[in-house]
Write a protein that binds this ligand. Structure first.
Ligand SMILES: Nc1nc2c(ncn2[C@@H]2O[C@H](COP(=O)(O)OP(=O)(O)OP(=O)(O)O)[C@@H](O)[C@H]2O)c(=O)[nH]1
Ligand SMILES: [Mg+2]
Length: 477
């Protein structure tokens, strides 16, 4: 399958190919390579301001980065470009947020022909698959054919289309919300009219719709073929409407893809979805890292680089474990605490032993199986990740989840739990405890990481002796 970024990929790969033949890279080599990357991006019609910033950031990194010895210089440069490209596209995937209100309202805006109507239908298809009950709304009163188009698409996917009466799009939008309530529909997707150019009438109309129905999500549909213009277009929409996310359309086309690459940097708004074809199923959530890899198109080399980065982290972990460990509570501590709790008879027993524990526990469900899952997840982390939880970005979480055989949400939940525990321990004074013992150790050569024991209310610090005390206490319950 040809892809939007084929020619950009080819260009970039030839730049990296040129570097590969070199043993060591001088600053001149890097400057030259970046000049070619700049040309490649401009030819792909990426906005020139975006290109300028991208090249500057990449250069700074390439010249200052910790070079990984296990990689060739060329691979190091590829690694940095991949990273910067991911950042350019938004770093972390962002999901569309819903509110509690029923129905939620999604409003699509964008220039004429950008793909709003088809995107509306694709969104409806997607939401329906996720067990929502969407209602499509034809609020494009300028072209009767537009409503017909939406109706045809709605029929295809089995989602009703609300057309309303009259020629006031704001009124149609308001009526559609009532229609959704009457028909037990929980999401309303409003397709609006496009114009060839941004004009005041178009913006006023969109603002009126917004005022009438207060959408949870206003999404701007941007054709990935949009070139240098993308700045003017999205700035105008942003100023007038304050949309909160972007849908990139026509990513399957054979144009150069500049719009797709520029829009995040230009708007600062996340790309929520990309559309890659005519089929209702062709709308996908957007993953910056995957897209960056696809653009670079060097699957094998990138996995090699990733492996080297992971190994380097593990070396770092071995060498700096103590420093990192002293800096903050990490997952190793988390597991230690977990094991202590378990040894003492599980969460239930422990809570009972705490002052007021009985009443705190009454009616509470204690999920002991959660402890197993938690350990499984932590065991799937690399040493570096355990010691430095801040490393856990989206792709790492996905990898860990796969390793532990749990959904990614479980990993997210654990990280959240970890953050809460950290806060709690801080609150309970473990930080002070650590500082004290650190002072005591000052000057000693052997800086072995001794197990630190958390303080729990009413129990004092869980030092080795205290563990015994606690066990006795529990035995006497
Ligand atoms: N190949 C491809 N075509 C697309 C994609 N999205 C939209 N199109 C096509 O682009 C054309 C315009 O799409 P519409 O959804 O009608 O665009 P619109 O923004 O509603 O246009 P107006 O209502 O005229 O402003 C149609 O022919 C669509 O089939 C896509 O992701 N891939
Ligand atoms: Mg349309």
């Amino acid at each position: 399958m040809t892809s939007m970024f084929d020619s950009l990929s080819a260009r970039l790969q030839s730049v990296f190919g040129g570097l590969r033949s070199k043993g060591r890279l001088s600053e001149d080599d890097i400057t030259l390579a970046l000049r070619e990357i700049r040309m490649a991006l401009l030819e792909a019609d990426v906005n020139y301001r975006v290109v300028k910033d991208f090249v500057a950031a990449t250069k700074t990194k390439a010249l200052s980065a910790e070079i990984l010895q296990s990689l060739t210089p060329a691979q190091n440069v590829v690694a940095i470009v991949a990273q910067e490209l991911t950042e350019l596209l938004g770093s972390q995937p962002v999901l569309m947020q819903f509110s509690q209100r029923i129905p939620n309202v999604i409003m699509l805006v964008g220039l004429q022909g950008s793909g709003k109507t088809t995107a509306a239908a694709k969104l409806a298809y997607r939401l329906q698959k996720q067990k929502h009950r969407p209602l499509l709304v034809a609020a494009d009163v300028w072209r009767p054919a537009a409503a017909d188009q939406l109706e045809t698409l709605g029929k295809e996917i089995g989602v009703p289309v609300f057309r309303g009466q009259g020629d006031d799009p704001a009124l149609i939008a308001r009526q559609s919300v009532q229609a959704a309530i009457d028909d037990l529909r929980d999401v309303v997707i409003i397709d609006t009219a496009g114009r060839l150019h941004i004009d005041e009438e178009m913006m006023a109309e969109a603002r009126a719709i917004r005022a009438a129905v207060a959408p949870e999500n206003i999404l701007m549909v941007v054709d990935s073929m949009t070139g240098q213009d993308v700045v003017t277009v999205v700035e105008a929409f942003g100023n007038e409407l304050d949309f909160n996310g972007v849908i990139i359309s026509k990513l399957d086309g054979d144009a150069r893809g500049g719009g797709a690459l520029s829009v995040r940097a230009v708007t600062g708004k996340p790309i929520l979805f990309v559309s890659e074809g005519e089929k209702p199923s062709s709308l996908q959530e957007f993953y910056p890292e995957r897209m960056a890899k696809r653009i670079l198109g060097m699957g094998d080399m990138l996995s090699l680089i990733e492996k080297a980065q992971l190994e380097a982290e593990e070396d770092l972990a071995a060498g700096e474990a103590e420093r990192l460990a002293r800096a903050e509570l990490n997952f190793d501590d988390f597991i230690t605490i977990n094991r202590q709790v378990r040894k003492l008879g599980g969460i239930g027993t422990l809570l009972k032993a705490l002052p007021g524990g009985e009443s705190a526990l009454r009616g509470a469900q204690v999920d002991e199986g959660a402890l197993d899952r938690m350990e499984a997840i932590i065991n799937s982390m690399t040493q570096a990740e355990r010691l430095k939880p801040a490393l856990l970005n989206g792709s790492r979480r996905a990898r860990i989840a796969a390793g532990a055989g749990v959904p990614t949400q479980a990993v997210n939940q654990l990280v959240k739990q970890y953050e809460q525990t950290k806060k709690m321990l801080k609150h309970l004074g473990i930080e002070a405890e650590q500082t004290r013992s650190r002072k005591n150790r000052r000057g000693k050569k052997a800086r072995r990481r001794t197990s630190r024991h958390p303080t729990l209310p009413g129990l004092g610090s869980l030092g080795r002796g205290d563990m015994k005390k606690l066990e006795d206490m529990l035995a006497n319950q």
